[in-house]
Design a protein around this ligand. Sequence first.
Ligand SMILES: *Cc1c(COP(=O)(O)O)cnc(C)c1O
Length: 344
Amino acid sequence: MKAYPVAPPWPGIKLELMEDTHFDPQLPAVELRRELGERMAAAAFNRYPDPSAPALKDMMRKTLGIDAKYEIILGSGSDEVITIISQSILAGGGAVVSLEPSFSVFKNAATAVAGRYVGVSLRADFTLDVDALLATIEREQPKLVWIVYPNNPTGNLYPDADIERVIKAAPGLVVIDEAYEAFAGRSWLARLDEFPNLVLMRTLSKIGLAGIRLGYAVGAPDWINEFNKVRGPFNVGVLQQIAAEVMLKHFDTLKHHARQMVEQRDRMFNALQKMPGVTPFPSAANFVLARFPDSAKVFDGLKARGILVRNLSALHPHMANTLRLSAGTPSEVEALLVALDGIL
Ligand SMILES: *Cc1c(COP(=O)(O)O)cnc(C)c1O
């Protein structure tokens, strides 16, 4: 196995991990900082947190539109939710299917519990080869299928009709990872009760709160109750709960940042399209994947100019010479585009 690579702290412009850089920690409104400070200072540090997190879950239901008929499980980031679901479903073995290239955490989480991981390649243009996926499901009879919608690191959405066929064909659980839902404006939440084998996973990380570490899954109580059996009983700390609850009171601000990131994403896409030899891929998320004539040279050139992006060229054969660029603030994107012009 290979550990998920995390770059050391970067003092310059960091467009690497799809963080919300519109959120300047020095600048939140004074009243927000006071509220966070007061609520945290009053927290019961000496007590274990209430794992059912009623105040936070109430706030999540209100702001994120989660109906009372669904249950919610919280994790320290969706990374932990992936571990919990993998342990719950794959304990004792069994196959798990994911598309590739996609989020690499699925494979490690499966391997760690002796699940048999089977990757299905997207086409070279990153569209979904639904027949290949359906054939793999038929052959492997997976207990678990992961679908990232829109996909990371490619940014695209798959056709709803294809996903529907996959959910219906799957003999076990299908989890749709909607980490980028805020930017895509598309979700399976409203259709969750059409499919008894479907669970959704989301995160607050891409909408401004990556540092808090709060991810969640939503689904029928029958599924979530099973996941809860393998969850560490106090997995989300009291400070995480308070910070998320207070920040979700300011959901309008977070949504505003998301809209700004979408603007910057489209600006990057349009500019990249005009650069000689560069092919950006259409994205519904808060980043753009682009193919360059020589991605290593561009990556190094950006780094020398103080800009860190993600070089994913080695992730999959289809990813050769690609870089993933997070949508930053207007001035960060300006700096990125100027730097690219200089390098190319
Ligand atoms: C960023 C991302 C996540 C979020 O992980 P957290 O642990 O919640 O920060 C989950 N899934 C995908 C596909 C992602 O790109």
